[in-house]
Ligand binder design. Sequence first.
Ligand code: UD1
Ligand code: UDP
Length: 364
Amino acid sequence: PHITIVLGTRPEIIKLAPIIRACEARSTSYSVIHTGQHYSKNLNEVFFDQLELPQPDYNLAVGSASHGEQTGEMIIGIEEILLEEGTDVVLVQGDTNSVLAGTIAATKLDCEVGHVEAGLRSFDRDMPEEKNRVLTDHAADYLFAPTEQSEALLLEEGLPKDRIYVTGNTVVDAVHQNRELASQKSSVLEEFGLNDTEYGLLTAHRAENVDEKNTFMNLLEGVERVGEELGVEFLYPIHPRARGQLEEFGLQIPEHTQIIPPQDYLDFLQLQSNAKVILTDSGGVQEEACVLNVPCVTLRENTERPETLDVGANCLAGTAPHEIVETTNMMIQTERGWENPFGDGTTAKMILQTIIQSQQQEAV
Ligand code: UD1
Ligand code: UDP
């Protein structure tokens, strides 16, 4: 079969890299369409270089725009390529607009859709990501659910069991493939003078947190108070959306926090691995913290990764300053050593094997 992988943002590049590697290793016929949703060097190119991925076969260079315009332009571009290529299966990962566009373009043609990271639900319909996930899962032919919990959510929505495959999450493959390399190659700790320092790592970029002035202000105040009351100095690799909003609202950079540019994967893994605690609203970072055995505080009211809460690796704090301080205080003292619920790092191989086998059966 010919597989077309559609990706467009930082987390998709990171989490689809193990699948691209698996395709290379098996000499599978595949191509990669980059939608161009992320285009800044440090959200995009740097990951292709560092993860040694072949350049995408196509780049739609769609860039930033409103949801409708961005998604619409992607659909037009993807459809054209799928028709030309005679694709059998389109693979998408996660919950971004690039995922929805790949899904819609494929499902309207004679292509099957595989959704990597199916069955995640925050049950928060205000999040654009939640709508993208639900729509994608309901259109997909292969639902690659990371855990049995995500499988159960899909079944509750009436999706048929024979479309669901519990595979773990490719984030574990990515961490396993790069953690050693990060500790050998990255000099980020020296660069920021953190060798013997106990520091916290912060990421916050989600629209519902940074697009509203009061929420973003509260979140930053919470981090500042953690610095003051718990004596933790933070590093904040800032996403361009958050940087833009910080400037637009004229917000102060909190005390005890150093803002730095988005980091490449090895440096960011190294920063995560050695952090005392991670404060984040990112989906991927909640998972990676769990895999790396570092306590995580999620700056949201809900999470579509409840497995991380269940094993005690993560705790929800929302954005109220006192909640951020209390939750961080608790997580700093928590016992580490939980089991990672997202698989053993062979997810990419399992996904590829499933697709190839099932396509061969269909062909008979
Ligand atoms: C998108 C995803 C989000 C994911 C995140 C990963 C959607 C709806 N959102 O959010 O789920 O967590 O990617 O990082 O798909 N910008 C740049 N350079 C870039 C890309 C964006 O400067 O390369 C700036 C632009 O000002 C742009 C803003 O960031 O308007 C937001 O970009 P966009 O792709 O719309 O959403 P993200 O916040 O990146
Ligand atoms: N990440 C990175 N550099 C950074 C911040 C994050 O390499 O400065 C990686 C992180 O390790 C994870 C992914 O980006 O694999 C998470 O992406 P993001 O938070 O942008 O999106 P989300 O997972 O929330 O959709």
